[in-house]
Write a protein that binds this ligand. Sequence first.
Ligand code: GLN
Length: 504
Amino acid sequence: MSDDVMSLSASEIAADVRSGKRSALSVARASLAAIAAKDGPGALGAFLTVDAEGALAAARTVDDALAAERAKGTSEATLAERFALAGVSVAVKDAFTTRGLRTTCASKMLEAYVPPYDAHVVGRLRERGAVIVGKTNMDEFAMGSSTENSAFYPAKNPWDTTRTPGGSSGGSAVAVSARLSHLSLGSDTGGSVRQPAALTGIVGFKPSYGRVSRYGLIAFASSLDTVSPFAANVRDAELIHSAIAGHDPHDATCVDRPVDRADFSRGAKAIEGVRIGVPKEYFAEGMDPAVGASIREALAKLERAGAKLVELSMPHTSYGIAAYYVLAPAECSSNLARFDGVRYGLRKGADKGSIDELYGRTREAGFGPEVKRRILLGTFALSEGYYDAFYGKAQKVRTLIRQDFDRAFEHVDVIATPTSPVPAWKLGERTSDPLAMYLADVCTLPASLAGLPALSLPTGTVRSGDAGSALPVGLQLVGRAFEEPALFETAYAVESLLGTLRCP
Ligand code: GLN
């Protein structure tokens, strides 16, 4: 029974709950039952905190509010907008503040932190009738590509539990892939939603920089961070994105532009005449041949359905990693300065020694090795005499990468690439080699640096190398800035042609 409910799409759940065919309470119970059956620290490791009590209370509130609206005779259309996510279960990355609910960022530093306020997007989800079932596992402070940098336990890929689900929003990807929740929220700074979506066979969507408020998202790299959802299909991704997007005066980088909805009525036909740019640099060495073949096959199918493939060159692609791994650590070193044992979270030995010693003790105990590595790298890159050579130079490279996209969009409507050069790798395989971990981000970093909307959706599964089990492959589609509706429409057409995946 609970499995059936968890198989439905978010839009079906919301419509059922609005019409009274199904209660929000029954949906919340189904999600909590799935979590209890499949999740836990030694199992999938998707959640750091499950909020059963809060979820049941929220579901009852939604049911009561809807009953009151129905009694008043409120129209279906009004309800569909106000309760766009009625009763839909949502898992939230532990990087978003949730009022009264522990928010750790998967760090010892915030192990006991209970925020007094909701992140803007969490508030939006609640207003639209969504039910938050818990907070998900991640790489500490969102730094990583495998969720193994969690200070608590790693998340595991439901397709093969000896493998990583990707990261840093791995727990949120697992929640949707294993159908523990209908939707989830992650954050994507350099690929942290698109990459785990690809590795777990679901849809991950990163909006344009500035499209969604980050108020209450614990900051990692402020010129790159975006609020990005996961869903089992493209329509559901659009549904949650449009529920959370839009202006918020609490985030100065959040733009005040209307949020247009996508029109899915043309279905697969929307692919006809679409010019799809295929940049050769994304199919370079280091890519798993099976991934390359799956992407090529998918593109050929789109061409047969009427798309026009345009071979491109985006010459600065390979500099994305070097630029990102200067900029992101630099910004993180500045953002994470606030965790000093005085204001938030952990405090180590406040009763002895100087204030500097308090900082030192707290940060030594509170941060894990990858976070420390980033703070050291970033502090170095920003230090006097090196700023121009590192940070300044990386900013220039960033401009060149953005110009590659600008030039490409003169000739094409969307750009298609693999999301990850490899399918899910074994847990532990890259943990001792930070550079190998960084290289996994090669396909997602350029769109982040350029601030463009991008979405990953599955092309199918492959059995590659040592993999006994079938593993998902993701196709990344990158669109023009603030043209999210067009990107969703193209993605929906692609999904109609390629199908969705369901973890066995
Ligand atoms: N893997 C990248 C990093 O480690 C991206 C992380 C992210 O998008 N949050 O920084």
